[in-house]
Design a protein around this ligand. Structure first.
Ligand code: FAD
Ligand code: NDP
Length: 463
């Protein structure tokens, strides 16, 4: 039997890689992890965490504004971008250290540098080659920017956290998670934000009511939304970056920064994956089976490099399934499996979107007869705040089983609220169970258990 340097060699120290390395080492495996940049990957360094911190920062603008209706008075506070950047950087450095410490504490060997796959059992980091019984590719993804005239002037989400100086005028291209979140955040922080999207609605894949509603809320809060629009060219002028949109009557904007948030591609190039025998799909994602095994059975892959659901908790969940598959389940437990049904998600727009389960259109395709319960209202807080913000809550019920198969919200803390309902839906909660649940009053969340009459009774899907 061959002696390997390691039982498991993980390439990439992001959400999935760190979780897999740490869990495997805690089970007694000899584990190495190679990371070329800061420990923690996208989520910690240029994703979820700094984004959410900036979202908190941006919410203060409306909080100060709304406080007047509750009797608070005084001069409007001044926002200092340099303070926010410095405090964020300090916190991220602290988190990098925590991730490093967790790995070292579990006994993982950390290797710093760019790793490439040599073959089924060999990984090269910089100039040194290591052998491993199993290899895990957890190299994540990276922003994808289409060819556009003036592409050299644009920035991606990776750059947004440290822009210098603060962009007083920002143009965001895209209508997905990142575009909507950054448009909301910088609008809240005080930028004049225009968002240019090629489609008719934001956030494709989300429930249509949610897509329409969030656009209304973002526009109300000041984001200048341009639908069915594409960028023709970006040029540098003495006044800033001039962005021309396509079409004869198309508008032009002069801004300080142009953010392209037009999707992400798997980090699968430069790793010699195809050369080593790992099959990639046409979009460069690593192909895996239900055990996350690639076409080389000793080599596994998970997270954004497999380009399925690009979410941190999904990468974490997949990591635990891989560890159980390789090392067996923890004592007294069954091996974990991963279900992609009812994965909750939030978009940290202002207000937030929280969603779990099917959109109305998908629910009709899947279940046929679906009843729709919907509430659109002004929350109690805004009776005094002076804000025109409204909240949307929507439930979709499969008529045949009475199960709640879709739950959607646009409103403050929607992510926090929807997380708990996701547990109920995983457990198969029916509308009758929602109805028999006592609300917590006065909250916004209680609306989910008090929607009595459907706005659309169950109708069969149109052929
Ligand atoms: P990553 O976290 O990207 O880690 C991959 C790591 O591999 C990186 O550290 C990289 O440096 C390293 N690497 C790559 N190639 C090599 C190599 N050859 N050798 C050595 N190291 C290598 N998800 C949420 O759930 N909630 C959110 O709020 C959220 N917000 C986001 C905001 C933004 C702006 C972005 C961009 C993403 C956000 N995401 C969010 C998505 C989330 O960050 C990713 O789904 C998650 O980080 C994927 O984890 P991963 O382990 O697959 O890859
Ligand atoms: P998304 O796939 O969410 O959105 C990409 C957007 O760019 C879409 O609106 C798409 O339009 C548009 N687009 C794509 N190509 C072009 C082009 N050539 N020209 C103009 N527009 C284009 O990607 P993001 O980059 O926003 O985010 C990547 C992933 O990261 C997300 O899908 C999500 O999984 C994850 N993420 C999660 C977050 C969270 O959990 N809160 C936050 C941020 C990211 P169209 O719809 O027409 O295709």
């Amino acid at each position: 039997m061959q002696n390997f340097d390691f039982d498991l060699f993980v390439i990439g120290g992001g959400s999935g890689g760190v979780r897999a390395a740490r869990m495997a080492a805690q089970r007694g495996a000899r584990v190495a992890l190679a990371e070329v940049a800061a420990m923690g990957g996208t989520c910690v360094n240029v994703g979820c965490i700094p984004k959410k911190l900036y979202s908190y920062a941006a919410h203060y603008a409306e909080a100060f504004e709304e406080s007047h209706g509750f009797g608070w008075a005084g001069e409007a506070p001044i926002f200092d971008w340099e303070v926010l950047k410095a405090n964020r950087a300090r916190e991220i450095t602290r988190l990098n250290g925590i991730y490093q410490g967790l790995l070292l504490g579990a006994g993982v060997t950390i290797l710093t540098g760019w790793a490439t796959l040599v073959d089924a059992h060999n990984v090269k980091v910089e100039e040194k080659t290591y052998t491993a019984k199993n290899i895990l590719i957890a190299t994540g993804g990276t922003p994808s920017v289409p060819a556009v005239k003036g592409r050299e002037h644009i920035v991606t989400s990776d750059h947004m956290f440290d822009l210098t100086p603060f962009p007083k005028r920002l143009l965001v291209v895209g209508g997905g998670y990142i575009a909507c979140e950054f448009a909301s955040i910088f609008n809240g922080l005080g930028s004049a934000v225009a968002q240019v999207h090629r489609g008719e609605k934001l956030l494709s894949g989300f429930d249509d009511d949610v897509r329409t509603f969030i656009a209304g809320e973002m526009a109300r809060s000041g984001v200048n939304l341009q639908f069915n629009s594409e960028v023709a060219a970006i040029t540098k002028t003495a006044q800033g970056l001039r962005v021309e949109l396509k079409g004869a009557d198309a508008r032009a904007f002069t801004v300080d920064a142009v953010l392209y948030a037009t999707g992400r591609v798997p980090n699968s190039s430069g790793l010699c994956l195809a050369e080593a025998g790992v099959t990639l799909n046409p979009k460069g994602a690593v192909e895996v089976n239900r055990h996350y095994q690639t076409s080389l059975p000793s080599v596994y892959a998970l997270g954004d490099v497999t380009a399925r659901l690009q979410l941190t908790p999904v990468a974490l969940g997949e990591a635990m399934v891989v560890v159980d598959h390789l090392l067996g389940a923890a004592a007294g437990k069954n091996p974990r499996s991963m279900s992609y049904e009812f994965v909750p998600t939030a978009v940290f727009t202002h207000p937030n979107i929280g969603t779990v389960g099917y959109s109305e259109a998908d629910a009709r395709k899947e279940f046929g007869k679906v009843s729709v319960f919907r509430a659109d209202f002004k929350a109690l807080k805004h009776t005094l705040s002076g804000s025109g913000e409204r909240t949307l809550m929507k439930l979709l019920v499969d008529d045949a089983t009475d199960k709640v198969v879709g739950l959607h919200m646009v409103g403050p803390d929607a992510g926090e609220i929807v997380q708990g309902f996701a547990v109920a839906m995983k457990a198969g909660a029916t509308k009758a169970i929602f109805d028999s649940t006592i609300g917590i009053h006065p909250t916004v969340a209680e609306e989910f258990v008090t929607m009595r009459e459907p706005v659309k009774a169950a109708v069969a899907a149109k052929a």
